[in-house]
Design a binder for this molecule. Structure first.
Ligand code: NAD
Ligand code: UDP
Length: 338
């Protein structure tokens, strides 16, 4: 029998790529998204890739009635929970909004999940839940100490899931801690589409390559890293999506609670990424070094060993493929997003 997966936030960046991978593997996908950071045009991209439009509810995870309708109508086996607000700076300015959307929203969703006796939940957590590490390398058992409101909302939801497991041992739970998702679907039909000025490095570089922005501002070149700029673990969004399928397979075999890093384990600096993007796009990326951005750490990358052992998953795309795919999407998206 086909399994039905509810993908909350399924019109967003990571959710839409995961919906595609699920549909291509024969899962029935139902999307719930309130369009706070996405648009219905994403459905067109999903249809171009998979030949189908997933059933979609435009609504909020905090809407109990809507959740009740979905779980009554669609016989959901598993939930992949991507819906959330993710802008670190906005979280500092509007903590209540972030707590309400990300934490209250998740509680409301989990309550509906328990009532509907859903078997599995996969949650989008983040490397921001970790405290600082001198080695820049993170294993899942390292201390958790998020320094911003956004990271705190992720940690709270992790804690709620751990509590839920104690009283509901048959519920399978995967907490996936993403490092830096980048890239786009290789078809060029779906990708990241940040509203306004991008906060993140990759979409900003892509805008500079397109001539939409004059130059990249590099936030500090005096970090204790080989070239002085920040080191991060960039992971292709398609690999990340496949990590969710691997987690789903794992939970189908064992109703565990697992907490796993999804990263490549390979750090790249801001300058590394800029240089690769120049080669891939054939465009010059002018840049200016400015002061460090508040809250940034010098380096952060995954130890991906547990994902390999537990999920039999590892990221396959290299940094060239990530840049190539985002560049293709960057050139296409103007014709795709209405
Ligand atoms: P995104 O903003 O592109 O997607 C999130 C989607 O959720 C959007 O379509 C938005 O409209 C929807 N949404 C938000 N609040 C909702 C609500 N209350 N009800 C229904 N829908 C709602 O973000 P993304 O990059 O795809 O991230 C997906 C998840 O992964 C988020 O939870 C995010 O915090 C987490 N995450 C993202 C990153 C990253 O760098 N992109 C890193 C670590 C973790
Ligand atoms: N960065 C930068 N200029 C930008 C955006 C980001 O120099 O316009 C740097 C940032 O300081 C960090 C790296 O790029 O070292 C990745 O930042 P991003 O915001 O993409 O991800 P983060 O790891 O902060 O979530």
């Amino acid at each position: 029998m086909t399994s039905t997966i509810l993908v909350t936030g399924g019109l967003g960046y990571i959710g839409s790529h995961t919906a595609v991978e699920l549909m291509e593997r024969g899962f029935d996908v139902v999307i719930l998204d309130n369009l706070s950071n996405s648009s219905e045009s994403v459905l067109g991209g999903i249809e171009k890739i998979t030949g189908k439009k997933p059933k979609t509810y435009i609504g909020d995870i905090r809407d109990r009635e809507m959740l009740q309708t979905i779980f009554k109508t669609d016989h959901i086996d598993s939930v992949m929970h991507f819906a959330g607000l993710k802008a670190v700076g906005e979280g500092e300015e509007k903590p209540l909004l972030y707590l309400d959307n990300n934490v209250t929203g998740s509680i409301t969703l989990f309550d509906a999940i328990m009532k509907a006796e859903v078997k599995r939940v996969i949650f989008s957590s983040s490397a921001t839940v970790y405290g600082e590490s001198d080695t820049f390398k993170y294993t899942e058992d390292m201390p958790l100490n998020p320094i911003n409101v956004y990271g705190k909302t992720k940690l709270k939801v992790e804690e709620i899931l751990r509590e839920l497991k104690k009283t509901n041992p048959t519920l399978g739970i995967a907490i996936l801690r993403y490092f830096n998702p980048v890239g786009a679907h290789p078809s060029g039909y779906i990708g990241e589409n940040p509203k306004g000025t991008p906060n993140n490095l990759m979409p900003y570089i892509a805008d500079v390559a397109m001539g939409i922005r004059e130059k990249l501002f590099i936030f500090g070149d005096d970090y204790p890293t080989p070239d002085g700029t920040g080191l991060r673990d960039y992971i292709h969004v398609k690999d990340l999506a496949l990590g969710h399928i691997a987690a789903l397979n794992k939970l189908e075999a064992h109703t565990d609670l697992i907490t796993v890093n999804l990263g490549t384990g390979k750090p790249f600096s801001v300058l590394d990424l800029t240089q690769v993007f120049e080669v891939v796009s054939g465009k010059k990326i002018p840049y200016e070094v400015v002061s460090r951005r508040k809250g940034d750490v010098a380096g952060c990358f995954a130890d991906p060993t547990l994902a390999k052992e537990l999920l039999r998953w590892e990221a396959l795309s290299d940094i060239n493929a990530m840049c190539k795919d985002i560049w293709r999407w960057q050139q296409n998206k103007i014709n795709i997003i209405r």
